[in-house]
Design a protein around this ligand. Structure first.
Ligand code: IFM
Length: 437
């Protein structure tokens, strides 16, 4: 069976990217500084001292990137809008040049028959908002709602589906709890307000999009999810797995899908939740975005955290060292259906992919994508309503703390010349899309 045969009619196949990871042009056209500019320019934070200053130079080369997508034959493109291009200080009057860039990008997509799927926040918070506490400050959620309104007013006539936040768990954990991502705070459990404020921001942005589009715009949040396995049947390891699942998956799925926080975390959020917050968070979602990379195996521990992650043995690993387990995606999807039942909206896999080392012959990536697409198809057969699948990523890009060392692209990028060269996996997906008819 072809990799893309057997999916329901209308199943969307696309590619994903994010603003700071590809755009570059950080000082151009009125863009303000983001927390990632600050973080990347802080010595010792990013491997090899890399920054996103130039990234893939997509800001200037977006026409070439649109042509690559058209040649590939995808249905949709998931990209993110850089908040500091739209509101350089994170609030107030929009920067016309910033809006114009995304306006041109979307027109270019539509002219090529590709649907636009923008994400409003993929971690590049305006530095001015971080200076006021960032997502630890409830006010950031209100500012995010205003920013969403500005963007939806301008682009809502051509964008029919929106993503509010990308992977709020990763932004909270790596950015505010462990400090390995911007803004580099190490607050451990005291980072928890970041969860509630991001979720509130999601709800306020969803309301703004609905208002701006006369209810027509569809809204989703994108959560990074992982099926969690306990290392043993012991009570301690089972409890550790439950706790990890609550943090990684349920902290951001439960409030959106059923309006509650996992019981075990609710105490830590007390005092932050105001009247109507939970209703705001739950309202107005039409779908759920899922980013899947690998499952997680944990056992009980007695350090700062009550769990410890263990390697998953006996499977291939990506250049990042992540285990390749396509069945994990099937189990994740059927598990979501079992947990949320009728509260589970249609799902889009908004990211899935692997990093490899330099090179164009990437059989590894082809096998990875083929295996994961088959897992999605099986989940659909088993009754999960999955409507789309987006490869991370269209092209090699700035992989956060790992700089340019991890290559996730269907298209190879030479970061000195910015030359783009399609890999074998690009040709493979192109022919799967053609065969689909
Ligand atoms: O590159 C990231 C992306 O920004 C968010 N999801 C995971 C990808 C790979 O690490």
């Amino acid at each position: 069976m072809g990799s893309l045969s057997g999916f329901p009619d209308g199943f969307v196949v696309g590619v994903s990217t994010a603003s700071y990871q590809i755009e570059g042009a950080v000082h151009e056209a009125g863009r303000g500084p983001s927390i990632w500019d600050t973080f990347a320019h802080t010595p010792g934070r990013i491997l090899n001292g890399d920054t996103g200053d130039a990234a893939c130079d997509h800001y200037h080369r977006y026409g070439e990137d649109l042509d690559l997508m058209a040649e590939l034959g995808v249905d949709a493109y998931r990209f993110s809008i850089a908040w500091p291009r739209i509101q350089p200080d994170g609030h107030g009057k929009p920067n016309p040049d910033g809006l114009d860039f995304y306006d041109r990008l979307i027109d270019g997509l539509l002219a090529r028959g590709i649907a636009a799927l923008p994400t409003l926040f993929h971690w590049d918070l305006p530095q001015a908002l971080e200076d006021q506490g960032g997502w630890l400050n409830r006010d950031t959620a209100l500012r995010f709602g205003e920013y969403a309104a500005v963007v939806a007013d301008r682009l809502g006539d051509r964008v029919h589906r929106w993503i509010t936040l990308n992977e709020p768990i990763v932004h909270m954990a790596q950015g505010y709890a462990f400090g390995t991502h911007a803004p580099g705070r190490q607050l451990m459990m005291d980072a928890l307000p970041v969860a509630h404020h991001q979720l509130l921001g999601h709800g306020l942005a969803a309301q703004a999009i609905k208002r701006a589009t006369g209810e027509a715009g569809e809204v989703m949040i994108t959560n990074n999810c992982t099926p969690v396995e306990a290392a043993s049947p012991s009570e301690e390891d089972q409890a550790a797995a439950m706790i990890y699942d609550a943090f990684h998956n349920r902290l951001f799925n439960d409030p959106v899908l059923n309006g509650t926080y996992p019981e075990f975390l609710a105490a830590g959020l007390e005092g932050l939740i105001q009247a109507d917050d939970m209703a705001t968070i739950r309202s107005n979602h039409d779908a759920l975005g899922i980013n899947y990379y690998n499952p997680t195996r944990v056992r009980a521990a007695e350090g700062d955290l009550p769990f410890e992650m263990l390697p998953i043995e006996g499977v291939p690993t990506t250049a990042f060292g992540w285990p390749v387990v396509p069945d994990g995606l099937h189990d994740l999807l059927t598990g979501l259906k079992a947990t949320y039942g009728d509260d589970l909206p249609p799902i889009y896999i908004t990211e899935n992919g692997c990093s490899t080392v330099e090179g164009l012959d990437d059989r590894f990536r082809i096998d990875y994508l083929d295996g994961h697409l088959a897992a999605v198809r099986r989940a659909i057969t088993d009754g999960v309503d999955v409507r789309g699948y987006f490869v991370w990523s269209l092209m090699d890009n700035f992989e956060w703390a790992e700089g340019y060392s991890q290559r996730f692209g269907l298209v190879h990028v030479d970061f000195k010349t910015f030359a783009r060269t399609p890999r074998d996996s690009y040709r493979w997906l192109q022919s799967a899309l053609r065969d689909r008819g």
